[in-house]
Design a protein around this ligand. Sequence first.
Ligand code: DAH
Length: 369
Amino acid sequence: MSDIEVIKNEIEAQIKVAQDAKMLDDVRVSALGKKGRVTELLKTLGAMPLEERVEFGKKINVIKAELEQQIADKKKELEEKLLNEKLKKEVIDVTLPCRPEVQGRIHPISKIYEEIVAIFAEMGFEVAEGPDIEDQFHNFNALNMPPNHPARQMQATFYVNSDVNKDFDVDNAYVVRTQTSGVQIRTMEKKQPPIRIIAPGRTYRADYDATHTPMFHQLEGLVIDKKTTMADLKGCLYDFIKAFFEVDDLPVRYRPSYFPFTEPSAELDVGCLKTKEELKIGVGNDWLEVLGCGMVHPNVLRAGGVDPDEYQGFAFGLGVDRLAMLKYGIPDLRTFFESDVRWIKNYGFTPLDFSAMTNGLSDNGGLAR
Ligand code: DAH
């Protein structure tokens, strides 16, 4: 065996037994570094006669390339070994119970959302969804709110530039949806009646005080069929509101109102008692507005591709946050979104308390105080 093969074998043996990155790097330096054994061999080339030099040079270069490859492979192997050891060591037992002081809570909005969905699911409603960033057709035009409709300003809309490379163009801009009502249109576009959906989601308006935040939650409802009437609307929403507030003989009234997308339109009020200290739902002589509703306007049906001569239906929209404030007696909406741990400890719900109509919405523990 020639000298250079002996050297190669020795280096290969060293690579094989290297235990970690440091050892491997030492081998690399001692073989291929500036004063390494292979480098030293290369230096002898100069003194060789031409023919010998060419042959020897080729050989060394092949060996050098092979050793480099072996070192790279070994490096990868060592890194993988290290990672696997680390993964084994850092394994987390997700089945361990958590420490009580760090136990998470369900946010009242999530809880109310679950409750509302449970009630409407029991009545045969499906949950539908739409995008938060919406085009003006779905958020306004198709809902019988033409371009100059005052509600477009009234609602203090956040417009989103549709093309960042161009100047802002209000007519073609998107909006972050100001209402979930656009999901009515999106649902009709996708599906022929009969339709019976609720659409919960985030909505946005430029508003900020104790009862308004720029992002809030709404829930839309839409029912369309051949013979759906205002009586169906009244019965459905009465059943809902009674189940929601968990008061059997809850006094309610439907008050005439106006929305561009319904005709006729109404607002549902529930009977309550308002004093300086508290608000009691279901007793007293005051009224509290809880939602808007009405029979779907023929223009809205048409915009969704539904024939108003054949079908009719009702729609409603409610503020999820507002209902949460009322049901759980939380006075300031802004606190919902401040992520204050003390607040969520006080107003949040235990994770195992789930909402279902079969066990009475709140029978399962209530507030986790
Ligand atoms: N979109 C209305 C709002 O944001 C709420 C609403 C009222 C929705 C009446 C409806 C409805 O579907 O029929 O104030």
